[in-house]
Each structure stands twice: as structure tokens, then as C-alpha cells.
Design a protein around this ligand. Structure first.
Ligand code: HEC
Ligand code: HEC
Length: 314
């Protein structure tokens, strides 16, 4: 009896061993590490609130393989890095005792981030982003590579982006000047020679500076633990102000949203900055896809209140 048990146990063990070897070497099956982390990324599914202006985009024909192939055209030596910290440490700032980075210093940080990415010295997360893919902005997969950097004076972010039908990658950056109280967020377009500060076109979605990573589907992200770690870094950021350059002064965005189920967190003294009607696009998506508020769904009455506020004339 004992011998039989032993034989069975051995047989079972060797089967398990073979199965795990097969699993580790099979390209089609998720690796153990990926299997463990899938729950980190909540599936992006519309909850049917009626807040979306366009029907949810059906991405079911867009395969993981298509995503991986197109995402890799940025250069495989630049992405899928092994990492311990999701944020790359930048050299110490050259100027001592800084109170307010100069515009040139900010632009230099933007260029440094781009260069580090191009040299394969960053830790980018690659995904198809939910917010830019859904609704009427592009309405096709928007591919992103996002990398984070920092030193004691600045938090720097790089976005390398293209849609599924583009041929070229575009570069954008956000630099948070931490030497000011509150910190100041600069937005840059790095595609036409020297970095150019942009504001109005970025503020529409970036109401509180950098945005958390929300992939359009759980498999359209390169490294879920990295996405979660970068999102955590972003969620922990200090409340900052948005830099409007002189060529794009801040317009009158009207009154901030006053619905308490949002202003509990999105307010001048909250975790995130106030929301205006100008932010309708990310509001409609994050609420409809069940990401906001973070821990519960709005009641039907609250959805109606939000809808009424969004539809109200400014
Ligand atoms: C349509 C909404 C939208 C607009 C407009 C927009 N962004 Fe973003 N941006 C996003 C989203 C969403 C992410 C996170 C993407 C993800 O989930 O992968 C992001 C990410 C970024 C990042 C990486 C750091 C972070 O926030 O996660 C940078 C840098 C960035 N954007 C720069 C810009 C700049 C500069 C502009 C203006 C020229 C701009 N963006 C305009 C939606 C937008
Ligand atoms: C318990 C706090 C909390 C509540 C309540 C809340 N949010 Fe958020 N919201 C956050 C945090 C934290 C983030 C950043 C992390 C993320 O995007 O996942 C965020 C991000 C957002 C963003 C992206 C811009 C930004 O600030 O990063 C929008 C838009 C947004 N929320 C809308 C809403 C709306 C609309 C409501 C009400 C229906 C709401 N939120 C309720 C905490 C909250």
C-alpha cells in the first residue's frame, strides 16, 4: 500500500514537474508571473451609465499579438526592461538651492527623459490607453510607452505615443518642479525641434498633472505590476499647479464641479485638484468604466446629477 502511494506520489510529482516545464516554455500560455498579476488591472468594461457620448469601442478584433508587434516598432531594446524601481533616478540637479526651475532647465529635463528612453535607459510601461482610445478623440487603439524619472528637484514623465494607424511615434513630457510650494507642472511637446510648452490641449485630460495608467484591456499592457507601480507613484504625487505659458494663458473655465461624491477628493484641499466641465472627456470615461469613484459605483441618482452637471450650459 505504502509502495503504491509512493509510486503514485512520484508519478504525480513528475507529471507536475513536466507540466510546469511545459508551461514555462510554452509561448502561448501566460508565464507564472503574468498569471499572478492579471488582477492588478481591472478589466475595462463600460458599466452602461449613459455618460458616454459614443458607444463603447469594440476592441475585440484587436489582438494581443497586434498590440505587441506594433508596440515593439519603437525599438525592442527600449522597452520590456527588468526593473526593481519603477522610477529611474536622475543625476542631482546642477544648480544648488533652487527655488523654481527655469524654463530652460525644465526643457532640459524633458530632453533628458527622451534621450534616456531612446538609449534604452528607462523603464517604460507599454499599453493601449483607455482614455485616449474611447469616445471621439481617436476611436482606435492609442499605443503608449510611459516612463518615469526623478531627482530631488523634479519628477519627470515621458510619453511616447502613436495610434494603431500612425507610422511615427510622438514624444510628450511632463515635468513637475518640486522646488516650488505647491509644485508646478509643465507640459511639453517634443516633436518639433526644441520642446514647446503646451497647456490648453493637455489640461483637458490632465486636470491634476500626470494621469494614472488605465489600459483599455487587461492584455493590452506590457507589465501589469509596472503599470500598478507607476500608477502608485502618480497617485502619491504632491498636489500641484498647472503651468499655463504666456502664449497660452489660462482661460476662464467657469465654476468647479461641486458634486460631493466627487469633491470629497477632487477639490482645492482634496487628494486631486478640482474638476471643470473642460474635463468632461476623462470624467465620462472614468466614471462609465467604473474607475471613479475608486471604491464604489455611483447610484442612479448620482449618475443623473453628474449627467445634468455635464450637460448644463457653462
Ligand atoms: C484625451 C486625453 C489626453 C490629452 C488631451 C492629453 N493626454 Fe497625456 N495622457 C492621457 C492619458 C489617459 C495618459 C495615461 C495613459 C495610459 O493609461 O496609458 C496620459 C499620459 C501622459 C504622460 C505620461 C505620464 C502620465 O500622465 O501618465 C505624459 C508625459 C503626457 N500624457 C503628456 C501629455 C501632454 C504634454 C499633453 C498635451 C500636449 C497631453 N498629454 C494631452 C490623456 C491625455
Ligand atoms: C476617494 C477619492 C475619490 C473620489 C470620491 C473620486 N475620485 Fe476621481 N480620482 C481619485 C484619484 C486618487 C485619482 C488618481 C488615480 C486614478 O486615476 O486612478 C482620480 C482621478 C480622476 C480623474 C483623472 C484626473 C485626475 O485627477 O487624475 C478624473 C477625471 C476623475 N478622477 C473623476 C472623478 C469623478 C467624476 C468623481 C465623482 C463621480 C470622482 N473622480 C470621485 C480619487 C477620487
Amino acid at each position: 500500500m505504502r509502495a503504491i502511494l509512493c509510486k503514485h506520489t512520484l508519478l504525480l510529482l513528475s507529471t507536475l514537474l513536466l507540466a510546469s516545464i511545459a508551461l514555462a516554455y510554452s509561448a502561448d500560455l501566460p508565464k507564472a508571473s503574468e498569471k499572478e498579476v492579471l488582477p492588478l488591472i481591472k478589466p475595462a468594461v463600460s458599466t452602461g451609465t449613459g455618460l458616454l457620448l459614443e458607444p463603447p469601442l469594440d476592441l475585440s478584433k484587436y489582438t494581443t499579438e497586434e498590440f505587441t508587434a506594433l508596440s515593439s516598432t519603437v525599438g525592442t531594446q527600449r522597452i520590456h526592461k527588468k526593473w526593481t524601481s519603477p522610477v529611474v533616478t536622475l543625476p542631482t540637479h546642477a544648480r544648488d538651492g533652487v527655488h523654481g526651475l527655469t524654463e530652460q532647465e525644465v526643457k532640459d529635463y524633458m530632453l533628458q527623459a527622451k534621450q534616456l528612453f531612446q538609449e534604452g535607459k528607462s523603464v517604460p510601461i507599454s499599453d493601449v490607453g483607455l482614455i485616449s482610445t474611447q469616445e471621439d478623440v481617436v476611436r482606435r487603439p492609442m499605443l503608449n510607452h510611459i516612463a518615469a524619472f526623478s531627482n530631488s528637484v523634479a519628477r519627470v514623465y515621458l510619453l511616447v505615443q502613436m495610434t494603431s494607424t500612425d507610422k511615427h511615434w510622438s514624444y510628450f513630457s511632463i515635468v513637475q518642479d518640486l522646488t516650488l510650494e505647491p509644485p508646478l507642472d509643465y507640459f511639453g511637446d517634443l516633436n518639433k525641434g526644441a520642446p514647446r510648452f503646451e497647456a490648453l490641449s493637455c489640461y483637458k485630460c490632465h486636470s491634476s498633472g500626470p494621469l494614472a495608467i488605465h489600459p483599455a484591456r487587461a492584455d493590452l499592457v506590457s507589465d501589469a505590476p509596472l503599470a500598478a507601480a507607476i500608477s502608485q507613484h502618480i497617485a502619491d504625487q504632491p498636489l500641484s499647479r498647472f503651468y499655463f505659458p504666456s502664449h497660452e494663458p489660462k482661460p476662464d473655465y467657469g465654476k468647479p464641479m461641486a458634486l460631493k461624491f466627487c469633491t470629497k477628493c477632487h477639490d482645492t484641499d482634496g487628494d486631486r485638484l478640482p474638476l471643470f466641465k473642460n474635463h468632461a472627456h476623462p470624467i465620462r470615461i472614468l466614471v462609465d468604466f467604473g474607475y471613479m469613484p475608486p471604491k464604489r459605483r455611483l447610484t442612479p441618482t448620482e449618475v443623473e446629477e453628474l449627467k445634468a452637471w455635464l450637460d448644463e450650459k457653462p
